[in-house]
Design a binder for this molecule. Structure first.
Ligand code: SAM
Length: 213
């Protein structure tokens, strides 16, 4: 079921420039239709962000693929995700062999995502809370991925990346952000690379936007 749609999605990702076979294989084998709201399964493999309730969305397949590719995930690496949402991005990273530590602010979404991820049989830890502060007890991480748009780069996230590690975060206004990669060197300095402009829902919290945005 959905095998044809999933293969078509991966072909589309190749055409859009995704070349990392590990990402493409993980996305082809992750059942995206199980991460969308009931009744939306038939749209799950289309190049769309879909509502998942509570005003939130599951990101476009291209966004998930691009972010997974830019992270350069190696098997066994510890990756923290801020903004679990549906759990799909976390599931893809798990399928790529990462140990995933994921934080979601919304309790209902967090519970639903936990259930889905458990059924994927992968290595993950999930917490409900404000991910703009990171997760000090599990730091440092090989990579951190933020799947919501931030007004500034949260200081705690920069600190919680390993030397040689990567922080991938959309930064900008509430309406539009630059997906930005920070690579930490051995002297704890960062090289900043702008990947492209994308639109994410806002990162709320102490080091994010206020609840009113
Ligand atoms: N990665 C998700 C997926 O695969 O479905 C999509 C993420 S959705 C675009 C952004 C998510 O970030 C929302 O679920 C939202 O509740 C969450 N969020 C916003 N601010 C947050 C914060 N400070 N800490 C944790 N999660 C946050």
């Amino acid at each position: 079921m959905y095998r044809k749609q999933s293969a078509k999605m991966v072909n589309h990702l190749r055409k859009r420039g995704i070349t990392d076979e590990q990402v493409l294989t993980a996305m082809e084998s992750t059942p995206r239709h199980k991460f969308v709201a009931a009744g939306m399964e038939f749209q799950a493999y289309e190049e769309k962000a879909l509502p998942i309730g509570f005003g939130q969305t599951i990101s476009h397949p291209y966004t998930v693929a691009l972010m997974s590719q830019v992270l350069q995930v190696q098997k066994g690496q510890r990756i923290m995700e801020i903004g679990t949402g549906s759990g799909y991005q976390a599931a893809v990273l798990c399928r790529m062999g990462a140990q995933v530590f994921t934080i979601e602010k919304n309790t209902s979404l967090s519970r639903l995502a936990e259930k889905r991820l458990k059924s994927m049989n992968c290595h993950f830890v999930i917490r409900t809370g404000d991910g703009s502060l990171g997760w000090q007890s599990y730091a440092p991480f090989d990579a951190i991925i933020v799947t919501a748009g931030a007004p500034v780069v949260p200081r705690n996230l920069l600190q919680q990346v390993k030397e040689g590690g990567r922080l991938l975060i959309p930064v900008g206004t509430a309406a539009s952000q630059e997906l930005t990669l920070f690579v930490k060197d051995e002297q704890s300095s960062f090289r900043k690379i702008i990947i492209e402009n994308l639109n994410f829902v806002p990162l709320k919290g102490v080091d994010g936007w206020s609840e009113e945005v």
